[in-house]
Design a binder for this molecule. Structure first.
Ligand SMILES: [Zn+2]
Ligand SMILES: [Zn+2]
Length: 155
């Protein structure tokens, strides 16, 4: 049952999911990994509490890679159409990064920050009032605070 929840899905319709809570924050990532994974110039990442993500229909296939010492990062996607749905970590850190473009209502996928701008496409100009980071921010607290300020009423 998804009425009142935030719904999303893949391109072919095989995968459908809902979030029981709005994202904690949304940012774009311009690193080369996210560019390839999104088949685009950057990725829109909506960070959500893992327990708020509910797979309603379909199955997620998985690609795994290592980031540093014994931490696995994985991307999960529709095995039929290949659309990336979410990223997570193993060991689990309690957060999924849901791909913003898969949300039905794009008001939940409005970024307030832009990371890895050192590898961004030359034509990308971040909005003046957003937070900008050349690489990975030390932590997400400023991004989360700005997201709450702008979009906290969506929660
Ligand atoms: Zn699909
Ligand atoms: Zn990235």
């Amino acid at each position: 049952m998804s009425s009142g929840n935030i719904t999303g899905g893949c391109q072919c319709g095989a995968v459908r999911y809902f979030l029981s809570k709005a994202p904690n924050m949304v940012y774009t990532c311009h690193c080369s990994n996210c560019r390839r994974a999104s088949s685009s110039a950057f990725n829109v990442s909506c960070l959500v509490a893992a327990e708020s993500f509910n797979l309603e229909q379909g199955q997620l296939a998985r690609i795994v890679w290592m980031v540093g010492n014994n931490i696995k990062r994985y991307g999960e996607f529709c095995g039929d159409c290949g659309v990336r749905i979410r990223h997570g970590s193993d060991p689990n850190d309690g957060i999924y990064a849901v791909r913003g473009g898969t949300l039905d209502d794009q008001k939940y996928a409005q970024p307030v920050a832009h990371i890895w701008l050192s590898s961004a496409a030359g034509w990308f100009i971040p909005p003046a009032d957003d937070l900008c980071f050349e690489t990975q921010p030390d932590n997400n607290s400023d991004i989360e605070a700005l997201y709450k300020k702008r979009f906290g009423d969506l929660a």
